[in-house]
Design a protein around this ligand. Structure first.
Ligand SMILES: *[C@@H]1O[C@H](CO)[C@@H](O)[C@H](O)[C@H]1NC(C)=O
Ligand SMILES: *[C@@H]1O[C@H](CO)[C@@H](O)[C@H](O)[C@H]1NC(C)=O
Length: 272
């Protein structure tokens, strides 16, 4: 058993370049600023790619996964999300937790198969979502508080062409809806004409919202159908956008590789 384990390890060691390459930097770091490419060879500029930029740059826009997360449907059970399956308090030699939740609980992404059977059958699950789209420059905007995200509201926002990722902060944030366990179907979201306006008039492919659904309840299916007609738009839902100044950020969203699932919890952060 031990020998079997050791063999691949030795192979790995043999294949690794020596750590004492020229300049003292690991050869995995290229000289390109902020980039890290495997096997690039050249040594890193001192203080370059490895420069720490200090605290306060990262804004977490993910809600904590707690049993009190809002339930979307009336009477739906969101939690317990994590429970101890084996507990040292009960005499086990270790603590081991189990995660149990709907894939559309809390901060999450939808995959194209969520409301489009053709995309689901084609295997367009969360594991196929485009990481390049989920990570990149994003614009945070404030939607006027007296409206759902209609065509008129979209027109009013004047989001420039070329912007591919937008986080829409709405009345939902002011109403603290993500902190209301019982759920509230009067949340703000896209209407069908708002979704159609976005598809027809913008380059937006990542649509971030501050409640559980990108579509307002009255347009729950119809607005989703518009967004998922082509499988190139990713809704990111249930974002925590409180107290984040409007502006441009680098967005990073990483869904879990849940093969076959049409939704996944996602950790999203903004970097100033
Ligand atoms: C294991 O879980 C129990 C029950 O929640 C807790 O009291 C204890 O501190 C945990 N032990 C460790 C080592 O985490
Ligand atoms: C948004 O639409 C929902 C129904 O889908 C409605 O209950 C809510 O009042 C609307 N909100 C605003 C601000 O117009």
């Amino acid at each position: 058993m031990a020998a079997l384990l050791l063999a691949p390890l030795l192979l790995l060691l043999a294949a690794s370049p020596p750590l004492s390459a020229a300049g003292g930097a690991h050869p995995g770091y290229s000289s390109g600023e902020g980039t890290c490419t495997v096997g690039a060879g050249a040594g890193a500029a001192p203080g370059g790619p490895l420069l720490e930029r200090g605290p306060g740059r990262v804004i977490d826009i993910t809600h904590a996964y707690v049993p009190d997360l809002p339930a979307f449907a009336q009477g739906a059970v969101a939690g317990p999300v994590v429970r101890l399956k084996h507990s040292m308090a009960d005499g086990s030699e270790y603590n081991l937790s189990e995660l149990r939740m709907e894939c559309h609980t809390g901060t999450h992404v939808d995959a194209p198969g969520h409301i489009n059977q053709g995309h689901f059958a084609a295997g367009l699950d969360v594991d196929t979502l485009d990481l390049d789209l989920l990570n990149g420059p994003a614009l945070l905007v404030d939607v006027p508080r007296n409206t759902n995200i209609t065509a008129e509201a979209m027109e009013f926002l004047k989001i420039p062409k070329g912007v591919r990722r937008v986080l829409f902060r709405t009345l939902n944030t002011d109403r603290k809806l993500m902190w209301k366990k019982e759920g509230d179907l009067s949340y703000v979201g896209f209407t069908e004409d708002g979704a159609q306006w976005l598809v027809d008039n913008t380059d937006i492919k990542l649509v971030g919202v501050d409640y559980l659904s990108v579509a307002s309840f009255d347009h729950l299916i119809s607005a989703h159908v518009v967004f998922f007609k082509k499988p190139d738009i990713i809704p990111v839902e249930g974002l925590k956008l409180d107290d984040v100044p409007v502006g441009v950020y680098n967005l990073h969203c990483l869904p879990l590789r849940l093969v076959g699932a049409e939704g996944s919890p996602v950790r999203c952060i903004l970097i100033k």
